[in-house]
Design a protein around this ligand. Sequence first.
Ligand code: APR
Length: 275
Amino acid sequence: MRELVKRVAEELVSSDHAVALTGAGISTESGIPDFRGPRGLWKKYDPRLFTYSNFVRDPGGFWRLWLEVRREAFLADATPNPGHAALAKLEQMGILKCIITQNVDGLHQKAGSQNVIEFHGNLRYAKCLSCGTRVSIEAAEEAALRGELPPRCGCGGVLKPDAVFFEEQIPQEALRAALEHALVCDLMLVVGTSAVVYPAALLPRVAKERSTGFLWMMGVVSKPRDKPAKVVEVNLEPTPLTDSVADYTILGRAGEMLPKIVEEVERIVGSRRGS
Ligand code: APR
């Protein structure tokens, strides 16, 4: 494993446009359950309850469920763990150019990462389905706790948590920016994702295969880098990327492996500076 960490650190130091794609697995060590792991949310709740069509069918029922799930899963007082801190450090060192996250917990920003693309939106707001006004998620939840189910906007419209639900579009700018980075990066660090939900799971493949066919329709203008990117996976278990896309797979906890990689990066950078 030490040799693998060393190789990955060397790849990061010699890269000139490394990006990270993160999933729920980077936040489990902060107490936030993932979705498909042994204690994942989808083991307890039917994911079909979190589709846009289910929300509009019964918004009041959804918010009742939300108040329960919110307490257990999207912990407002969760704090970043050493995995988040390690990625923030790589950004501060000028190595990591951006983080594309599927998570809506805001922990990368809390850890100090600046350039974060929130691919599935975030949980800071609830948005009115009629007029588009955003209110803080806390204000919407307080209204729901007072029995206003669903909570409503001043215009009378229904408020919905602003994260991307199943069946919803990825925010256009987030999708475009993420595809641009996937096309031009020369290293993608894929951390804590089962890589089964699209279009996020497409990003490591775009980085590898530089498949640009449909991207021009998304307003993606960057020219793909000529060589395939190196794809590095950090996960507790193999994923669909492991055999077909990943160049390196580090099996272990993100909160333990990422700091080890950064420690090695700092050693390499230090030795080169010293020489
Ligand atoms: N360190 C490394 N990997 C971990 C850790 C950890 N501490 N804990 C869990 N994992 C791994 C699991 O083995 C799994 O492969 O993280 C992955 C989490 O996968 P999912 O639960 O499917 O989460 P994610 O890939 O982010 O899901 C994608 O699906 O439900 C939707 O919108 C939701 O954004 C989410 C999307």
